[in-house]
Ligand binder design. Structure first.
Ligand code: ZN
Length: 473
């Protein structure tokens, strides 16, 4: 069989790997959007380097858009098979794909409106069923994708045909995230190929520890933080308490936390809730300002048994993971603006995590000039994003085409990171007896992270495939 790396090759986004068996049966593992270069977003995602109609099966590791976001385009271009993933991923992916379509529409309208500047008749095109510039798919394709999603349980061997079976293992990371083990028999020889998907940290908030896939011959591993060690991961609650004390209690600033809607936001709210039940949370209002995050939060309650023991016990004791009286959800953009510009010291958790677009950009813009406010970056920020620029400590940044002086405190924490650092990855490799694996392919990391991880693994069998590179297994 042949394994070809079509995405997340020496970069973080756009996961897409193709397994082609000797008999021609073809399996695509993940089909994510490539966000690496915003200007080239459309060129990078519009066409596939293979014929979608010839793929026999798609397996999805988890719902994040850099793994699932181009599935509707795959269907638009001819794929008509099933998409296998875990039960929770079915529901999360539905929400994320609809959101992705809306984001593309908004960006497309912004471009169109910018070109029409000067004309008073600038309209928002809802384009439910026609794709505009920068829009890869429409509602019809998203709905067809949702229909093709098939939910599977963890730890059940699924026989696809006489030569292929698959099994999902808990990867941690976010609700429903899986590592996938393929057992493939060709000419009487059986081989096991494991794809980590995105792994989570050990001892994470909410999700279980990454579970090992046994007896692998080949491993395709993420390497997002392969070159770094997380700081301050020990006590998420203490970190939040510290920031809330020093921002909202001592002073009358706002604590603004950019966070991805799926995964990170839930971890942060859960930490606040834990502080509240312990009686440690100051009397400060906490707002979540992301409709997608609110929809996602409900799913964490629904798939409670997929979460770790601490989360399940907490739920049994307190009746909810996330709902508590100091937490308020904002769905309306007017309310969002009002809270953002009010003088009340509050906490605002909003998307997107890298401060690129979304309501968070407005919250940052409204509070960046306030020396009492803190902007707490809680996740990965790719180069070129506003989040990355803020972390560089720039005295001013451009938001909505205007220069803004940075007077607010800019802070970062790894306490809510959804990926393991180098030490965590090595712990995972130990758990799967990595020294006995014939080849380890590193994906989903920038080149520097991969090189550092490769050096740390220190085996000649480690590969860093480039886009389009194939290996015979
Ligand atoms: Zn992910």
């Amino acid at each position: 069989m042949k394994l070809t790396f079509w995405g997340a090759a020496r970069q973080v986004t756009g996961s897409m790997h193709l397994l082609t068996l000797d008999n021609g049966y073809t399996i695509l593992i993940d089909c994510g959007l490539n966000y690496e270069n915003k200007k080239e977003f459309e060129e990078n995602n519009r066409n596939f380097p293979f014929l979608p109609g010839y793929i026999d099966l798609v397996v999805l590791t988890h719902a994040h858009i850099d793994h699932s976001g181009n599935l509707p385009n795959l269907i638009k271009q001819g794929y008509d098979g099933q998409i296998l993933c875990t039960d929770a991923s079915v529901d999360l992916t539905k929400n994320l794909l609809l959101d992705s379509m809306n984001v593309q529409m908004i960006e497309s309208n912004k471009k169109r409106n910018a070109r029409k500047k000067g004309s008073k008749k600038v309209k928002f095109h809802r384009a439910e069923n026609n794709s505009g510039e920068g829009v890869l798919y429409n509602r019809k394709h998203v709905e067809a994708t949702i229909d093709a999603l098939i939910g599977m349980s963890f730890r059940k061997i699924i026989e696809i045909n006489e030569s292929v079976s698959i099994e999902f293992f808990e990867a941690g990371h976010i609700l429903g995230a899986a590592s996938v083990k393929f057992t493939i028999t060709e000419a009487g020889v059986t081989k096991n190929i494991g794809f980590t998907g995105d792994l989570g940290n050990y001892n994470s908030q909410l999700v279980k520890d990454p579970q090992p896939m046994p007896n692998l011959d080949y491993l395709v591993s993420e390497s997002t933080y392969g070159g770094r060690m997380h700081q301050d991961v020990s006590d998420a609650e203490e970190i939040l308490l510290n920031y809330i004390q020093n921002t909202c209690v001592k002073y009358i600033g706002k604590l603004v936390i950019p966070a991805f809607s799926v995964g990170r936001t839930q971890s942060i709210i859960f930490a606040f809730h834990q502080l509240q039940v312990k009686g440690l949370l100051p009397d400060i209002k906490i707002f979540t300002d992301s409709p997608l995050a609110i929809r996602t939060t409900k799913l964490y309650d629904r798939y409670l048994t997929s979460l770790n023991d601490d989360a399940q016990n907490f739920y049994k004791k307190h009746g909810s993971l996330f709902a508590f009286n100091q937490l308020h959800s904002i769905e309306d953009s007017k309310e969002s603006e009002m809270i953002s510009t009010s003088l009340e010291p509050v906490v605002i958790i909003s998307a997107a995590g890298m401060v690129e677009g979304g309501r968070i950009q407005e919250h940052v813009r409204n509070n960046i000039g306030n020396p009492f406010s803190t902007i707490l970056i809680a996740g990965y920020c790719a180069e070129g994003t506003l989040g990355h620029e803020l972390l560089q400590g720039r005295p001013s940044v451009v938001i909505n085409k205007r220069d803004r002086q940075v007077y607010a405190k800019i802070a970062r924490t790894d306490a809510f990171s959804a990926h393991p650092d180098q030490k965590g990855l090595m712990r995972y490799y130990e758990s799967i007896d990595y020294k006995s694996i014939k080849k380890i392919f590193l994906v989903h990391g920038d080149e520097t992270s991969m090189r550092a991880l490769k050096e740390c693994i220190n085996l000649p069998s480690v590969e860093m495939p480039i886009e389009g590179e194939s290996f015979l297994l």
